[in-house]
Design a protein around this ligand. Structure first.
Ligand SMILES: [Zn+2]
Length: 126
């Protein structure tokens, strides 16, 4: 076992090898490794520039993909004053496509929360 914490005993137990036979690779990852997403990279749907790595994605509770650390240089930000609010708009630095907005209530160390529209992204698993 790689874990040092005490393992709770369940009525149904299997070794990892047995679980791998019972479950698809994706089910195994989600159900047995507590994975929430497959590792991979999100690319701009407009120009295929790599924007975010999925391991940096976090659950914001908004239902939108949220990230706190874009690939360096991949996004530009502009101030968006539409709808009577001042928000910071996020654009692809390569093709200028609108991706979403960035807020300053994210987790450390950046405290930024990039709230990106899923339709602007193409996901490629590693
Ligand atoms: Zn782009």
């Amino acid at each position: 076992m790689s874990t040092t914490t005490e393992t709770k005993r369940y009525p149904v137990t299997h070794t990892d090898a047995e679980w791998r036979k019972l479950l698809t690779p994706e089910q195994f990852h989600i159900m047995r490794e507590h994975g929430t997403e497959r590792a991979g990279t999100f690319y701009c749907a407009g120009c295929e520039q790599a924007l975010f790595a999925s391991k940096k994605k976090f659950e914001s509770g908004t239902g939108w993909p949220s990230f706190n650390d874009p690939v360096p240089g991949s996004v530009d930000t502009t101030t968006d004053r539409s709808w009577g609010m001042t928000r910071t708009e996020v654009n692809c630095s390569r093709c200028g496509s609108h991706l979403g907005h960035v807020f300053d209530d994210g987790p450390p160390p950046t405290h930024l929360r990039y709230c990106i529209n899923g339709v602007a992204l193409n996901f490629k698993p590693e």
